[in-house]
Design a protein around this ligand. Structure first.
Ligand code: NAD
Length: 333
């Protein structure tokens, strides 16, 4: 890689080869998916959560995603015989879970070459988590945020090494989504943004590169469509399924804007809309129906109800069976 000559940053080289030791802050919906993506690409991944209960949930989510990948491998057209496929799938799942580390202590991020932050979309929370992570990392390590909408430049403000920080915006659900937005803040090293396209390719996904701007490309457009769909529902123009069908069948969207909102989480979308309204103007003001549903706890798939009804989410592993552990320990049962 060409060394950067940015006045703010020392010369730093970034390799397009995928970092092999990776940390993920927050093992919720996105963090678990991101952890799964790196595990399946052969990396060792440490997921750090805020407490043992949350750690149990993270473990369940990562394990379920790995099992789903293994099942896909098992049922894919056999390279040799079905039995060989099954053995290969079981081995791959076992190997991936053996590379997973779980902790509630940021100190276990120390060996990571890359840490992806995926804590809730609350600026104070993210700033604190990023600062705490950076404290434990090597000077050459890269920090990334999975923020959907917050300013990467602002999140970098208090970091000691803002040139080593960028946005890696994965999409939900991570295993099925082929897109990652690479967001360069004002002080992100151009060499880092360029190297990250190689990492995204190594995860089997495609990168789009955007400059830091509210909502980037994807959230700004996606939220605009979803808010209009909610206003139409509120105005009684059509039912949720019909509004979604108009986009799915009429415009070949894979999922309608209301179902997508259920998958993203209504609370997450409300936070993003509030932020976009503050930064880009009142066209992003969240409709009352969104505020009401969030206030009632109708958060979409994760709560069993949003604009549609969903099966209840899987139960978390009882916290008592999980303990923070050292990164060098073996697989968690
Ligand atoms: N849900 C989506 O569709 C989606 C898509 C793209 C990006 N994002 C972004 O990804 C981020 C996470 O979203 P999510 O949907 O996974 O949220 P989530 O609520 O499912 O997960 C957040 C996790 O962070 C953990 N956490 C909270 N504080 C922490 C701390 N200090 N240290 C470590 N872990 C902590 C929580 O326990 C929780 O498990 C947000 O920035 C969101 O905007 C979400």
């Amino acid at each position: 890689m060409t060394p950067t000559t940015d006045a703010h940053s020392p010369s730093v080289e970034f390799s397009p080869t995928l970092p092999q030791i990776v940390g993920v802050l927050g093992g919720g919906r996105m963090g678990a998916g991101i952890a799964h993506a790196f595990l399946m690409a052969g990396c060792t991944v440490t997921v750090v959560e805020r407490d043992l209960d949350a750690l149990g949930g993270a473990h369940v989510r990562v394990h379920a995603a790995v099992q789903k990948s293994a099942e896909k491998l098992r049922t894919s057209p056999p390279a040799q015989e079905p039995a060989a496929n099954a053995a290969h799938a079981a081995d791959a799942a076992h190997a991936a879970m053996a590379r997973l580390r779980l902790s509630t202590d940021y100190v276990h991020l120390a060996p990571c070459a890359l840490v992806v932050e995926a804590v809730p979309e609350v600026v104070e929370l993210k700033t604190k988590a990023l600062l705490e992570a950076e404290r434990h990392l090597d000077a050459a390590a890269v920090l990334a945020t999975n923020t959907s909408s917050l300013s990467v430049t602002d999140l970098a403000r208090n970091l000691a090494r803002p040139e080593n920080f960028l946005g890696l915006h994965f999409f939900n659900p991570v295993p099925a989504s082929l897109l990652v937005e690479i967001v360069a803040g004002l002080r992100t090293s151009p060499a880092l943004a360029s190297a990250a396209t190689g990492w995204v390719a190594a995860l089997g996904k495609t990168a789009v590169s955007v400059q830091d701007s509210p909502g980037f490309a994807s959230s700004r457009l996606g939220v605009a469509l979803a808010l209009e769909a909610m206003r139409m529902l509120e105005d009684g123009v059509a039912g949720a399924q019909d509004i979604d069908n108009a986009m799915v069948l009429g415009y070949r969207h894979q999922t309608g804007p209301l179902r997508t909102t259920d998958l993203v989480g209504l609370d997450v979308r409300l936070e993003i809309a509030d932020y976009l309204a503050r930064t880009l103007g009142p066209r992003f003001d969240p409709p009352q129906i969104l505020r009401d549903k969030v206030a009632r706890g109708e958060l979409g798939r994760k709560s069993g109800k949003g604009f549609f009804d969903w099966d209840p989410p899987p139960a978390a592993t009882p916290a008592a069976t999980l303990h923070p552990r050292q990164p060098h320990e073996g697989p968690r049962p």
